[in-house]
Ligand binder design. Structure first.
Ligand SMILES: NC(=O)c1ccc[n+]([C@@H]2O[C@H](COP(=O)([O-])OP(=O)(O)OC[C@H]3O[C@@H](n4cnc5c(N)ncnc54)[C@H](OP(=O)(O)O)[C@@H]3O)[C@@H](O)[C@H]2O)c1
Length: 264
């Protein structure tokens, strides 16, 4: 029997009903698009980033569309701030059962320029920041799993975690960390019925490239833009939505999503 488009969209609207999602890096790019998508599928979403105004705008957008969301300003380079965010989520929604650990920054540069500050910034956000979020939210995920809920920890890595790009040594190393961490956490948390996944995108058109100051990388990105259509954040959000909507016993461990014309 044919299914009408109306019943198909209402099926999606309740797909994640009852889920409580925490999304870091939600003020722009992949995190923002994922918050909109998860909310549109029925999850209550806590959106985390530093820019409060952007979070408030996002919450208003979700609420206007009939969804439920709270803005939780946070700096993931500060454990006290992340712990306070976890407490705020628990107070609002009981506990999270879905954490999209996504905030990150990319600052390419020639190693000989020795920009220690930029190396530290990337490691503190992409590596230690990811760990701070896990530190704060793993108790909620364990609790949710013990209650029988479907539970997800999704980490944003990158194709850069697998491939080699000149001038991206520190960034790619932070993403290799996230990918290896994810594989290890899965074997530890899987037996507790917590799914652990990573999304590894190729180039996505977001604010990420806007922070790049190193000319060699700017030129490379500008050249790439001429030869291919970059992914949009919504394309990645669809994959995140697919990962978390699987039946409870199905863990998509690693999803690589590339612009069709990006080959490395
Ligand atoms: N774009 C790509 O080509 C691409 C490819 C592969 C992987 N990725 C990864 O995807 C993730 C999301 O990046 P994006 O492309 O969506 O870039 P984006 O638009 O620049 O988003 C980065 C997000 O991280 C947040 N953030 C930065 N510093 C933070 C801090 N100290 N505390 C809390 N939040 C912080 C930003 O919000 P505030 O500034 O408001 O804090 C923003 O919401 C990153 O991990 C990135 O490495 C991106």
């Amino acid at each position: 029997m044919a299914t009408s488009s109306t019943s198909l969209s209402s099926q999606f609207a309740t797909q994640l009903a009852g889920r409580v999602a925490v999304i870091t890096g939600a003020s722009s790019g992949i995190g923002r698009a994922s918050a909109l998508l998860l909310a549109s599928r029925g999850a209550r979403v806590a959106v985390l980033a530093r820019r409060k105004e952007a979070l408030d705008t996002l919450v208003a957008e979700i609420t206007a569309a009939g969804g439920e969301a709270i803005a939780v300003p946070v700096d993931v380079t500060d454990q006290a701030s992340v712990d306070a965010a976890a407490a705020q989520v628990a107070a609002a929604y009981g506990r999270a059962d879905l954490v999209f650990n996504n905030a990150g920054v990319m600052l390419p540069g020639a190693i000989e320029e020795r920009k220690l500050g930029e190396w530290e910034q990337q490691i503190d956000l992409n590596v230690t920041g990811v760990m701070r979020v896990i530190h704060a939210f793993v108790p909620q995920l364990v609790q949710a799993a013990a209650e029988g809920a479907t539970v997800d920890l999704v980490n944003t890595s990158s194709i850069a975690g697998q491939n080699l790009y000149p001038y991206f040594a520190v960034y790619t190393a932070t993403k290799a960390y996230v990918s290896h961490l994810t594989r290890h956490l899965r074997i530890e948390l899987g037996p507790k019925n917590i799914r652990v996944s990573m999304i590894e995108p190729g180039i996505v058109a977001t604010e990420l490239q806007g922070h790049v100051t190193f000319q060699g990388a700017k030129d490379w990105l500008a050249g790439a833009e001429k030869t291919m259509e970059f992914l949009q954040p919504e394309n990645v959000a669809e994959s995140v939505g697919f990962i978390v909507a699987q039946p409870k016993h199905v863990n998509l461990q690693q999803v690589v999503i590339m612009p069709t014309k990006q080959t490395t």
